[in-house]
Structure formats: C-alpha cells, structure tokens
Design a protein around this ligand. Structure first.
Ligand code: PMP
Length: 368
C-alpha cells in the first residue's frame, strides 16, 4: 500500500505549510495585525446585523456580494479620488484568497510568475501551489538594498517574460512604498503580464503616497489588491479585495467557488465599512508608534529600514534567530523573516512598543 506522502501531488511532497507561529504571548508583534480591538460601536452594529441575517442562513449568500462591492468601491473612490466602480471590485476571504483567484485565473501549469525578493512570502507559495513556476527576482543588484531598482525590475521583466508579476507597496517585509513610476515602467515592459500591486499596507503610507489605483484607467492588465486585515483592524473577519478592469474582475468568477463569501462575512464587512472612519481611527497613532519604534531601534544602535507600513524591518543583529528566541523568552513575539541579521517588528500599542524596546535593550546588553 502506498503512503499518503507518495499519493500526495509530487510538488507537495516534503513541503511545509504556511506557519507564522500563533503563540499565546503577552506581546504579539509578528503578523502585522492591529493591536487595537474593534471599536464597541462597530461591535454593536456587527451583532445587530449578524442577528438580522442569521434567520436567512438557510439560503446561500448573495453570490455577487453586491452591497459589499458597492461599499468597497465607495471607500476606494473616497480615499484615492479615482472613479472606481463596484463592477471593478472583487473580494474574497482575505487578500490571500484574492491573490489565489488571480493566480488560478492567469497563472497555472506552463506559466511563470515573477516577484522581487524579499517580498511577501505568500506570492511564491500561492503561485507554486497553483502550478505556476516562480522566479525570484532581485530588488537591487546589491542584496543589502531593499528598495526596488526600476531599471533592474524592467530588465528582469523583459528577460523572464512572465505571465504574472507581483509588486508589493509598501513592501512586506522591508516596509517602503513603491514609486508609481516603477509600476508604470514594469507594466510597459511587457505586453502580456498581469501586474499585481499588493497594497495590503497602503493606509499606513506617508502623506501624499499615491495608490496604484490611480494607474488603473487604460491599463487592463493592472490589478491592485487590498485587505481589511491591517489598517481596518479586521484580520479575523477575513476580507480582502481588489480593483482592476471590469473584465478582469468578471473573469475571476470562473475560478471562485460558488458562494465563497458567506452571508456572515458579507454582513460583518459591510458593518465595518459603514464605520470606515471609526475603523481607521488608529491608523495615525500606529504610524506614530511605527516612527517611535524606528527611532527606538536606531537609538539602540540597530539599523531599522524606513517604513511606510505598520511594521519595521530591523537590521544589525549578530544572530537574528537567537535574538528572536531571547525576545520570545521575554514574552515578545516578533518575526524572523529569514533575512540574515534582520527581524521584523509590528508597531503595536505604545505600551507594547515600550515593552518590545526594553526587551530588545536587555537582550542586546547580553541579559539573555
Ligand atoms: N499581502 C501582504 C503584503 C501581506 O503582508 C498580507 C498579510 N500578511 C496579505 C497580503 C494577506 O492578508 P489577508 O489574507 O489577511 O488579507
């Protein structure tokens, strides 16, 4: 009899699943969630709205999530000033599922996806799990530099001629936002690639950083993906979305499972979007905490990378894995993203920030 390891698809054999540790620690700064709970006024609204729809859970949900798309399009119009319509918007259970829909529709066996490493680890995982060959592009010829070099991105796009290109702005795990000119140039360097700009952290960008949503008109192969997991402080609700050409969003219906967004998910997300300002109220505070975290790390003699996101990539550790463990021993969970001498720290509350910085100081001073 064959073992299950032999029966599983060959490309999955020996692979490990995505697994950021979910540990019960006093200070969890490892997955770029918001540390602030959902405001009570929204909790109350959610409770009312879920109670209202509960009676109809005998029926399948609105397959077209019509109201949710309207609200998401409204949010994009209001924040970007661009005339985004509900028909251009697509949504799914987290932006991971949105990205998976894109790969399922436009990637697949015999096709290639290009990304610029280090970037979001799920871009290659989702690509490969769906049969797409992944190409690890470089951000800069000098691997110690994390900003994407436009000329190099264009060269690699021409050289690999992929079907899919992943850009990430602000980039996870390095933190900086992308100059839109690079998005334009990468788009123009190919006639066939779908160019995905993952803007999961865009609300934390510095004042005046434009969204790639402004580039959508006239660019049918461009997609901007977003999430409610970060700035909306809504990671548990699992709601991601994208804006693209109407025809692009229409095509995603071919790969989504029927009724993929439950009635409850739609109700919960709509309630949050009706309270957008309340949900986003902590964004400015988180940006200040991020800047404090950056300064605090610099004051400790570390090398934090400038950030437009709700986290900071910090360099300068002799042994990042040992520091990660020593911090965890002190109740502070951060992320070892596999970049030598670096750790990524989410900006939590000011109190969590202080605890993290105190723990860092103690660890650096050798009090393991
Ligand atoms: N894109 C980026 C760049 C991310 O960092 C994350 C979450 N860590 C996601 C997408 C996915 O988030 P979600 O599925 O919660 O929307």
């Amino acid at each position: 009899m064959s073992s299950l390891q032999e029966l599983v698809r060959p490309e999955l054999r020996g692979q490990t699943p995505y697994g950021a540790p979910q540990l019960d620690v006093p200070v969890a700064l490892n997955t770029n969630e918001s540390s602030y709970p959902v405001p009570q006024v929204v909790v109350d609204q959610i409770a009312r709205d879920v109670a209202e729809v509960a009676v109809s859970l005998n029926r399948y949900p609105d397959r077209e999530f019509t109201r949710l798309r309207e609200l998401l399009a409204g949010y994009l119009r209001r924040t970007t000033g661009e005339p985004v319509t509900a028909q251009q918007v697509w949504a799914a259970n987290g932006s991971n599922e949105v990205l998976q829909h894109i790969v399922q529709a436009f990637g697949g066996a015999g096709r290639t996806a290009l990304g610029f490493t280090p970037s979001y680890s799920m871009h290659p995982l989702i690509s490969e799990r769906n049969g797409t060959t992944w190409v690890d592009g470089l951000r800069d010829a000098d691997p110690s530099k994390f900003d994407l070099d436009g000329d190099l991105a264009v060269d690699q796009t021409r050289r690999h001629d992929p079907e899919l290109i992943f850009l990430c702005s602000p980039n996870n795990p390095t933190g900086t936002a992308l100059d839109l000119d690079i998005v334009r140039r990468v788009y123009d360097a190919t006639e066939r690639a779908i160019v995905v700009v993952d803007e999961a952290y865009t609300e934390f960008s510095r004042e005046g950083t434009p969204s790639a949503v402004s580039l959508l008109p006239g660019r049918d192969r461009l997609v901007v993906s977003r999430t409610m997991s970060k700035a909306f402080a809504f990671a548990g609700a699992r709601l991601g979305y994208l804006a693209a050409a109407t025809e692009f969003s229409d095509l995603l219906r071919l790969v989504r499972l029927p009724y993929h967004l439950s009635t409850v998910t739609q109700a919960v997300a709509c309630a949050a979007l009706e309270h957008t300002d309340t949900m986003l109220a902590m964004v400015d505070k988180i940006k200040t905490t991020r800047d404090d975290l950056l300064e605090g790390c610099a004051a400790l003699g570390l090398q934090p990378v400038p950030s437009d996101a709700n986290f900071v990539l910090v360099g300068g550790f002799d042994d990042a894995a040992a520091t990660w463990q020593a911090l965890l021993d002190r109740g502070v969970l951060v992320r070892d993203v596999g970049i030598p001498h670096h750790l990524r720290i989410t900006a939590g509350t000011p109190e969590e920030n202080d605890t993290a910085l105190r723990a860092l100081r103690a660890v650096l001073e050798g009090e393991y």
